[in-house]
Write a protein that binds this ligand. Structure first.
Ligand code: DAH
Length: 347
């Protein structure tokens, strides 16, 4: 055999063996191994290229061309095999992971507002219709706003009516009611007339039970102007109760005491569960207490920047949690803030 013939047979064998081995390849890992073995730097075809220098001069171009053809054939076969493997893999997943496009889609669940938010929004709408503006005041308050400016100087025994969370910062606490906002609104707007409601979270250091939580929500009502009267307070609260609890809702004011109002009253509405006849919800009294109210105390007006000789005002504070509890006959106040979706879904 001539040199040429020997080299040509060698090349033909490389190609045949390479192609035969490729036929056995059935995974992408094996395919990569085959590539390294048959087309990599130390593969037989590449060895032919590197030993080319030892051949006769006239033989080199012929052999170079032939070796190139073998390499191209192997490369093309590799590509063909790769595509075939990919196609097979696709067919396999299509067969095993069947997608049934006729299945009905999963309905998107609609979100809803928290019952407390719903009640709060109703209250805001009712007072909004009467021309009140909504004012938000801080949940972390100073001792001054929470007590002193509300006519309860340091050491005043009335402070004990509110079990207070104090912070480690002197004079800073978590507000126990929304009333401190009264003085904030007044200071911002004096001597303009005021008609505002102040909703928000309030906190008290209390034993948690089915009826009390350490965190709850209140709405404060504040009106200040010249010649604001107690009759207007009663009329406003009546109007509010009618829209909130129904046309036939009855209201009553009971004399009470708060340091920041004079005179002060407790406001009740006729029990909307039994209609006033007496039931467990109203503890057989026929009435439900919804909050405190009264004429803004002259000391508070002064702290707010209003001359009590010229201006007067009324204020009220209502608990939202309690009335929402009663309204929906919820048995435990703790449901409101533990975020159980089964509870929240009912509203
Ligand atoms: N801030 C009082 C409380 O939380 C409720 C209250 C009573 C608010 C009388 C008022 C008011 O504005 O006039 O117990």
């Amino acid at each position: 055999m001539t040199d040429k013939e020997t080299e040509m047979t060698k090349l033909a064998a490389i190609q045949t063996q390479g192609l035969a081995a490729l036929d056995e390849v059935s995974s992408t890992e094996a395919l990569e191994a085959w590539r390294v073995e048959n087309l990599g730097r130390s593969s037989p075809v590449m060895a032919v290229f590197s030993s080319m220098g030892k051949l006769d001069k006239e033989l080199r171009p012929v052999m170079g061309k032939a070796a190139n053809e073998v390499r191209q054939t192997l490369e093309a076969a590799l590509e063909g095999r790769r595509q075939k493997l990919e196609e097979e893999a696709l067919q396999k997943t299509l067969a095993t992971e069947k997608l049934d496009v006729t299945l009905p889609g999963r309905p998107m669940e609609r979100g809803r507002l928290h019952p407390l938010t719903q009640v709060l929004r109703r209250i805001i709408r009712i007072f909004g219709d009467m021309g009140y503006q909504v004012y938000y005041s801080p949940e972390v308050e100073t001792d001054d706003y929470n007590f002193t400016f509300l006519n309860m100087p340091p050491y005043h025994p009335a402070r004990d009516m509110w079990d207070t969370f104090y912070t480690t910062t002197e004079g800073v606490l978590l507000r126990t009611h929304t009333s401190p906002g009264q003085v904030r609104v007044m200071r911002e707007h004096a001597p303009e007339p005021i008609r505002a409601i102040l909703p928000g979270t309030t906190m008290r250091y209390e034993q948690i039970s089915a009826r009390s939580e350490i965190e709850f929500a209140q709405v404060e009502v504040l009106v200040v102007g010249e010649k604001v009267t107690f009759a207007e307070l009663k009329g406003t609260l009546d109007d509010f109760a009618h829209r909130m609890f129904g046309e036939h809702a009855r209201t009553r004011l009971r004399p009470s005491h708060f340091p920041f109002t004079e005179p002060s009253a407790e406001m009740d509405v006729g029990c909307f569960v039994c209609g006033g006849e007496g039931c467990p919800v109203c503890k057989e009294t026929g009435w439900l207490e919804i909050g405190g109210c009264g004429m803004v105390h002259p000391v508070v007006l002064e702290y707010g920047g209003y001359d009590p000789e010229i201006y007067s005002g009324f204020a009220a504070g209502m608990g939202i949690d309690r009335s929402t509890l009663m309204r929906y006959r919820i048995d435990d106040i703790r449901h409101f803030r533990n975020n159980d979706i089964r509870f929240l879904r009912q509203f």
